[in-house]
Design a protein around this ligand. Structure first.
Ligand code: PXP
Length: 249
């Protein structure tokens, strides 16, 4: 069954709005765990706009499922990540002005840097994933630089405004997933996924892990984190079963 990675950055965003101690993303991770989260994801940004170094340190000590750290290739962040050794790191592009991660990582132009970074993380037993657009060249180079996973960017699919556009972008994601599998890469997917649009991604892209943040934390404001995670898990379960039945018939 497709696994659920819950991104808890937005809990930290709320805390940083007042530079206080609440709400604590570490508590959020415990509640997400109770709701059935398979993975806890955080992005330690260079500007520390939400997750702080202390959060990463405590999450490393308290998350016993899988901790996935989204990060840029900035040397300071790399050294911190190597010191903390989360189970998995996902390299993402990072711009200070952006509201959230825009677009995938350009692995083609950063081939040399990524090759040596991935080697360092692998030597320490840290799994490496690359957040990329579902484009042939990016996928091929992701394999060449030694990544174990690619996380296919679902943002364009999520932002589609017509059914035709959404279908075309879903097919693009499926082609990207097929090529990744052929090359021996493992597949994650995420960005912009919601309770409404996650179904077709579960059924057709067939990723190992989906990483979802904003939609779950938004629902959690009203129903609580544990319930919001449970509801997303149920949806993923239902669509995973549908896909399995479909493949068997
Ligand atoms: N995957 C990656 C690589 C991301 O950068 C983000 C956003 O932090 C997500 C998944 C989750 O996106 P969303 O908050 O839109 O669900």
């Amino acid at each position: 069954m497709t696994k659920l990675g819950v991104n808890i950055d937005h809990v930290a965003t709320l805390r940083q709005a007042r530079r206080t101690y609440e709400p604590d993303p570490v508590t959020a991770a415990c509640l997400a765990d109770l709701g059935g989260a398979d993975i806890i994801t955080v992005h330690l940004r260079e500007d520390r706009r939400h997750i702080q170094d202390r959060d990463l340190r405590l999450l490393k000590q308290t998350v016993f499922t899988k901790l996935n750290l989204e990060m840029s290739v900035a040397p300071e962040i790399v050294e911190l990540a190597l010191a903390e050794q989360p189970a998995q790191v996902t390299f993402v592009p990072e711009k200070r002005q952006e509201i959230t991660t825009e677009g995938g990582l350009d692995v083609v132009s950063q081939k040399k840097t990524l090759t040596s970074l991935i080697k360092r993380f692998k030597e320490r037993g840290v799994v490496v994933s690359l957040f990329i657009n579902p484009e042939t060249r990016q996928i091929e180079v992701a394999k060449e630089v030694g990544a174990e996973f690619v996380e296919l960017h679902t943002g364009a699919y999520a932002n589609a405004t017509t059914e035709t556009e959404q279908r075309n972008l879903l097919e693009k994601l499926c082609r990207g997933a097929d090529l990744s599998r052929e090359l021996g890469l493992r597949i994650n997917a995420g960005h912009g996924l919601t309770y409404k649009n996650v179904g077709p991604v579960v059924e057709e892209v067939d990723a190992e892990e989906l990483h979802i943040g904003h939609s779950i934390i938004s629902r959690a404001v009203f129903v609580g984190i544990q319930k919001a995670v449970e509801e997303m898990k149920e949806l993923i379960y239902k669509h995973s079963l549908l896909a399995k039945t479909d493949r068997q018939s």
